[in-house]
Design a protein around this ligand. Structure first.
Ligand SMILES: [Zn+2]
Length: 221
């Protein structure tokens, strides 16, 4: 199980104690409902950036094993262009965390976002498919897709916002379902836990990583 915060506020706009309170509340609610451990996180608007990497320490202290909040692109609100592009383990004084950045495709020396939210809707499917194939086949790496449930509902009510925000919110929204169906048809998907277990097993060339064992532990145990 993973979570996306309780109040959906950007980490980069919170104090460390506000962030801790938010994710703790989110974790407890979801664990009580599901009976399963919540061990992975994605920040609203991919908002773990250079100046808010302190959030990783709080995630580790709150029992998280995986973070997928980093977008390795240039973007004024959420980019972290110097991040590695593929899953990696980070060592902090508080412990270790697996970071699975949002997928990008390298074109002309730049990281191009292809598979998250607005970008997934914005680009034609042929480009999405080209990008994931490049990541999977040329780079031999996994890709991660990100979208919100509301992106499957073209008719959801929308608050009054600027024309630019409305464009970002609604662009090609009527095609999301079809696009996801095509993705499911053209590529093999697994849970993030499944992909990461395979990934680190392959990297180490040994038995399942310690991470996989930790990941499987329930909150009760
Ligand atoms: Zn969100």
């Amino acid at each position: 199980m993973a979570c996306h915060s309780y109040w959906h506020r950007r980490v980069s706009e919170l104090t460390p104690s506000e962030f801790r309170e938010d994710i703790h509340r989110n974790k407890v609610v979801l664990e009580d409902i599901s009976g399963k451990a919540v061990t992975a996180f994605r920040a609203p608007t991919y908002s773990i950036v250079k100046s808010s990497e302190w959030a990783w320490d709080i995630l580790i202290e709150e029992g998280f094993k995986v973070d997928s909040s980093v977008f390795p692109i240039h973007h004024k609100r959420y980019g972290n262009p110097n991040s590695e592009r593929f899953p990696h383990e980070i060592q902090r004084e508080t412990g270790t965390l697996i970071v699975f950045p949002l997928s990008t495709v390298r074109i002309a020396g730049n990281n191009i976002p292809i598979v998250a939210g607005g970008y997934l809707r914005f680009f034609p499917y042929s480009f999405t498919k080209f990008g994931i194939n490049k990541i999977n086949q040329a780079e031999k790496q996994p890709a991660v897709i990100a979208f919100h449930p509301w992106e499957l509902d073209p008719f959801h009510p929308m608050p009054k916002v600027s024309a630019l925000k409305r464009f970002r919110h609604k662009v090609n929204i009527e095609k999301t379902e079809q696009k996801l169906r095509q993705l499911l048809n053209d590529f093999k998907f697994d849970s993030m836990q499944g992909v990461l277990n395979q990934y680190f097993t392959r990297l180490e060339g040994v038995k399942e990583s310690e991470f996989a064992h930790d990941f499987a532990l329930s909150r009760q145990s």
